[in-house]
Design a protein. Structure first.
Length: 299
């Protein structure tokens, strides 16, 4: 049996991972987050001694780090806290894993790129993050690779959504029902990622016949702008009363700049692990009923 520690277990990916792994008798899962919840143990990943004790006490074989500071704009004003969670805490996890012979699967982001490319980014493309969020996530990646080069996997992903938490899909469903008109940027292009699919990718990494350390990209297939993504969300959710209009990023100022193009090349992941990856709209079609049901229950 593989003893797995999940950090950030109450987040979008953490929830999907728990659902996927808890029903599998190959795994003994310790789910953690900063605050205890139903089935989730409290763990502060900025406390290296606490991580070390948990890894040792529970005989952890694999740590899946889903925890992060993900509020992109707020990171600009809270750089120290973003760095503690996105970089220093990753170092804590890596050192604990190193001491106790565990492996780490760490989730990173498309925001490590500046978005100036015109073709999908491969893992070896030059990184040049535009804001504090991307900078600190890249620092975390580098710490992990430096401390645990042969026992770590970095999975960069993008535009994550699920039926849980706060995400673009849920926001657009809510706003589409509340408003008669929306303006959404059309000059930022990327690929949505269904958290359920990403959880499956993490499972693939953990259960592969051979361990393949390194950095990989995983998002759903295809490419779309936020504007076109919104149209797809409304169409699949049956929203017909909201007029969605395009605008430029310059018309929608934010505290942190976003990469204008952050499509990830998944060739290495597909080749290494022998998998196919679902098209973004196919996954969205499956998730929309779950999103709507979750929103109903929340009310």
């Amino acid at each position: 049996m593989i003893n797995i520690l999940i950090t950030g277990a109450c987040g979008q990916l953490g929830r999907e991972l728990r659902a996927l792994l808890n029903g599998d008798d190959r795994f003994n899962v310790t789910a953690t987050d900063v605050a205890a919840a139903d089935g989730v143990v409290s763990l502060d990943i900025t406390d290296e001694a606490a991580i070390d004790a948990m890894v040792a006490d529970r005989g952890i074989n694999v740590i899946v780090n889903c925890a992060a500071w993900t509020a992109v704009d707020a990171a600009q004003d809270h750089e120290e806290m973003a760095r503690r969670l996105n970089a220093e805490a990753v170092g804590n996890i890596a050192r604990a894993a190193q001491r106790h012979g565990a492996r780490v699967v760490h989730i990173s982001t498309d925001y490590v790129y500046d978005g100036r490319a015109c073709e999908p980014y491969r893992e070896d493309a030059p990184t040049a993050p535009l804001g504090v969020y991307g900078i600190t996530k890249l620092e975390g990646e580098r710490l992990l690779r430096e401390i645990l080069p042969n026992d770590s996997v970095v999975l960069r992903t993008a535009w994550l959504y699920s039926p849980h938490g706060n995400n673009f899909v849920k926001t657009m469903v809510r706003l589409g029902r509340e408003r008669k008109q929306l303006t959404v940027v059309f000059d930022q292009v990327g690929t949505p990622t269904c958290a359920h699919d990403l959880a499956g990718a993490v499972l693939t990494v953990i259960t592969a016949p051979q361990w393949h350390p390194g950095t990989y990209h995983y998002s759903n297939e295809g490419a779309v702008s936020w504007f076109d993504f919104t149209h797809a969300i409304h169409r699949l959710a049956g929203i017909t009363t909201c007029d969605v209009q395009p605008c430029r990023s310059s018309e929608y100022p934010s505290a942190s700049p976003r990469p204008s193009y952050s499509v990830l090349d998944k060739s290495l992941f597909k080749r290494t692990f022998g998998v196919t990856i679902p098209y973004w709209e196919d996954s969205l079609r499956q998730q929309i009923p779950l999103v709507i049901e979750n929103m109903k229950q929340a009310h």
